[in-house]
Design a protein around this ligand. Structure first.
Ligand code: GLN
Length: 519
């Protein structure tokens, strides 16, 4: 350990900086030193933006000194997944294809975070174009899990979740198309929220599968997650799928009895969930009940922690019942047709003319083939081929059409389920973090990581992963809370209860995963 981790929450840092008791510059310098000492071993960052961060910090300190108001995230280091456009700062999607590309604009979420005076400290590693579950499909090499360097951090936002777990930044942004915020959050022992589709503008998020993509906040605590969500949520005329009637700022710290956000009482203080109807998804709960055979592959330790989390909610006054959502079984198959189909269309823009890399060829077609062959990695090529095949004439209805019908059925089933339940609970991932290289030769095994997270992307509903204890290997376990559209405030409230139970318990096996000792 060459430098102590700068351990404070985003909320605390912002309060200290606004009060003038801590300078934004000192906060940034401490975090930069910590990154310099330890990121060689972890590989969370593709780029550290030290100069810009210090410049931004000085401007915040000057505002505080002049008695001017500062934003709610004043001086808080923020790590950005490297598929979020940053004006003038390289944005690579961890792909050779975008080498040397400097976006001409900022993503709306980036702009909003900066307007809240969060300080962008760097761009984090991801699976190329966000396709993967381990952050190993990267032109920058893999990111390692700060809790155990022989393990993956999950993906595709593994650089962002590793950065938060290693205390390189209290806050990070990721993107979640099939679980890429929640799955790595679970594996790294941090909190990750996938907001309702349309709640956070996708403008400036490099597109993977546009009907599923959503930017989400990642943090060490539920309160910090809520603070970042509030800063980035809201209607944006630059994203045609942005929710028009959203209350700007989303008021995520408020969770009343209504299932929509923007209603009273703070998540931090309101632990009253008396009468809350919590459904345990039978297909993902491991034990055969109500004639449902659960899906295979869910590890016993992960299921045990989830049961303990359910017990905590029950003792806090929630009504617990098992519920079957049969289409959950089909989610993975539907997703792995819809997402590659959309990706094959979205990635057609990398033609050697408009962005980044170009490899010369005798004709323009040769140039395009050579450029795409050279610029894309194996997994991206696999997705483009799968997607093109699923959309081709003669197969379109059998593959893409069937997947879309499954999506509709799933949406109906969840809508019906939410008539009887306020939230649903299940593990975030089937297992704790796995070894580097363990699944790289077996794409199907890799895809199975997303079995619990994909349903919320197909329905567009929000879901959160909150750390809850550790597995038999001592690595973090994440529990997922899902809810209907616009129920973020409710999800944050339930997550906060599980978080404080984890922190308070000592007899219970569940506890917040310990801060990792970094090399
Ligand atoms: N792991 C999933 C995939 O590979 C999800 C990725 C994501 O959410 N960006 O597609």
């Amino acid at each position: 350990m060459t430098s102590p981790p700068p351990k404070s929450t985003a909320v605390q840092i912002a309060a200290d900086v606004a009060a003038g008791t801590r300078s934004a510059r000192s906060v940034i310098e401490e975090h930069l030193a910590h990154i310099a000492a330890h990121d060689d071993a972890i590989g969370a960052f593709n780029l550290v933006t030290a100069d810009q961060a210090l410049e931004q910090a000085d401007a915040i300190d000057a505002a505080v000194a002049a008695g001017k108001p500062v934003g709610p995230l004043a001086g808080v280091p923020l790590a950005l997944k490297d598929n979020l456009c940053t004006k003038g700062i390289p944005t690579t999607c961890s792909s050779k294809m975008l080498e040397g590309w400097h976006p001409p604009y900022d993503a709306t979420a980036v702009k909003k975070a900066r307007a809240a005076d969060a300080v962008i400290i760097g761009k984090t590693n991801l699976d190329e174009f966000a396709m993967g579950s381990s952050t190993e499909n990267s032109a920058f090499g893999p990111t390692r899990n700060p809790h155990d360097l022989s393990k993956v951090p999950g993906g595709s936002s593994g650089g962002s979740t590793a950065a938060v777990a290693a205390d390189f930044a209290p806050l990070a942004l990721g993107s979640d198309t099939g679980g890429s915020v929640r799955q790595p959050a679970a594996l790294c022992g941090v909190v990750g929220l996938k907001p309702t589709y349309g709640r956070v503008s996708r403008y400036g998020l490099v597109a993977f599968a546009s009907s599923l993509d959503q930017i989400g906040p990642i943090a060490g605590t539920v309160a910090d997650t809520a603070a970042l969500f509030e800063a980035i949520a809201g209607y944006d005329p630059l994203d045609s799928t942005s929710l028009a009637n959203d209350n700007d700022g989303a008021d995520a710290t408020s969770a009343g009895t209504a299932t929509t956000a923007g209603t009273d009482t703070s998540t931090g203080t309101n632990t009253n969930i008396s009468g809350l109807r919590v459904g345990v998804i039978a297909e993902l709960s491991g034990t055969p009940t109500k004639g449902v055979t659960p899906l295979e592959g869910m590890a016993a330790d992960v299921l045990a922690r989830t049961k303990e989390a359910i017990a905590v909610l029950e003792s806090s006054g929630a009504h617990i019942d098992e519920v079957s959502v049969p289409s959950v079984r089909l989610g993975l198959s539907a997703y792995y047709l819809i997402a590659p189909a959309e990706a094959s269309s979205n990635l057609a823009r990398y033609d050697g003319v408009r962005y980044g890399n170009r490899v010369a060829g005798a004709t323009s077609a040769d140039m395009q083939i050579a450029t795409r062959n050279n610029g894309f990695g194996e997994e991206v090529k696999r997705r483009v081929m799968l997607g093109t095949y699923a959309l081709s004439a003669g197969y379109y209805d059998a593959f893409y059409g069937t997947a879309q019908r499954v999506r509709t059925i799933m949406l109906e089933e969840f809508a019906n389920t939410y008539e009887n339940f306020d939230v649903l609970i299940c593990p975030t991932t089937p297992t704790t973090a796995f070894d580097l290289d363990a699944k790289m030769q077996d794409p199907l095994a890799m895809y199975l990581n997303d079995i619990c997270t994909i349903p919320s992307n197909l329905t567009g509903h929000p879901a959160i992963s909150v750390p809850f204890g550790t597995g038999d290997d001592g690595l973090p376990v994440g529990v997922q809370i899902m809810g209907p559209a616009l129920s973020e405030a409710r999800l944050l409230q339930v997550a906060a209860i599980l978080e404080s139970a984890g922190l308070e318990s000592d007899g219970l096996e569940a506890a917040a995963p310990a801060t990792p000792d970094l090399p």
